[in-house]
Write a protein that binds this ligand. Structure first.
Ligand SMILES: [Zn+2]
Ligand SMILES: [Zn+2]
Length: 316
């Protein structure tokens, strides 16, 4: 069997971050992937699991297959019927989902019942993932990692082309599984603001420049992120009429989700010029790659040792 390989992106086109946001910044895609990790393989499995429409499911499965997360496999001849098997690329989304669920659970009061439970089969306990540096094993949070843009990291390449996110729109029904996460990564400008904040922007002008967004959009997103308690305004020490925006504990705690998303994207989608982001772990000086460990036993979590269990009443 050939080893899992990455996709080479178009020179000068969407980089790994844009592709990742297009795939994982969509709540239906996350719901479909979550159901697949819980065992869904056939079209009817997803229909039976939740309120997804045929049109949405068909479109999303097609897109996820095109992006290499599923592979269509015939399970029956005459008539031929297919099922959707997660590829190595699709299965390796689990650290992103597990990090999102942990963040939702910690920071949103009503999240618990919606989220699947995560058990570490090595120690048998329900766990909360902890982010560590893969090179040295030391805990890593937003302050322990420096990030700079790489050769394919130009701003215009970091969001899907043509504002490419095909959102179902606010009016359409969404599974509402990770609503707070979607506020941060589910639209182009929110993701850009979040990225800018984690890259060190604090002033309005810095956000506007890093996001490449019109001022009204920056104002609107800053207001929303403040309402969400992801950013907090602070008076500037030198100028009373300046306000700076800083990541709150809740905003900083989203770092593992970002780290896992970026690592997944850069593992599977390579721009020919090089990575979009280059991160270094300050503790050991090595290029930073995320690893998740179990908070109960400190063991490294692997796809094979993370059991995802349906939450009670998920389909109710
Ligand atoms: Zn390290
Ligand atoms: Zn454990």
């Amino acid at each position: 069997m050939p080893g899992p390989t990455f996709t080479t992106l178009e020179p000068g086109g969407d980089n790994a971050l844009a592709v990742t946001l297009g795939v994982l910044g969509d709540e239906w895609n996350l719901w479909i992937l979550r159901s697949a990790l819980l065992g869904a393989r056939r079209y009817g499995d997803w229909i039976a699991r939740g309120p997804i429409s045929h049109a949405v499911l068909t479109a999303r499965l097609g897109r996820l297959t095109e992006a290499g997360l599923f592979e269509k496999v015939a399970y029956q001849q005459e008539p031929v019927r297919h099922e959707y098997a997660l590829t190595a690329r699709g299965r390796s989304v689990w650290p992103v989902l597990v990090s999102m669920w942990a963040w939702e659970q910690r920071w949103s009061a009503d999240a618990g019942a919606r989220l699947p439970r995560r058990r570490h089969t090595t120690c048998g306990q329900l766990f909360v993932p902890r982010l560590v540096c893969d090179a040295c094993g030391a805990p890593a949070d937003a302050h322990d990692v420096t990030v700079r843009t790489g050769p394919s990291g130009e701003r215009s390449r970091c969001v899907p082309a043509a504002t490419g996110r095909r959102r179902s729109g606010r009016a359409a029904r969404t599974p509402d599984v990770v609503p707070h996460t979607m506020e941060l990564v589910g639209s182009r400008w929110s993701a850009a603001l979040l990225g800018s904040a984690h890259l060190g922007a604090t002033r309005f002008g810095e956000f506007a420049e890093q996001m490449g967004a019109p001022p009204a959009v920056v104002t609107d997103r800053l207001r929303r992120f403040t309402e969400l308690d992801v950013l907090a305004p602070r008076p500037h020490p030198d100028r009373a009429d300046w306000v700076t925006y800083h990541l709150t504990d809740k905003g900083l705690a989203f770092f593992p989700v970002i780290a896992c998303m970026v690592a997944w994207g850069q593992r599977w989608f390579n721009a020919p010029e090089g990575p979009a982001l280059e991160a270094v772990h300050l503790g050991c000086g090595a290029p930073f790659l995320p690893r998740l460990v179990c908070d109960r036993c400190d063991g490294t979590l692997h796809a094979a040792t993370v059991a995802i269990e349906d939450a009670a009443g998920e389909d109710g």
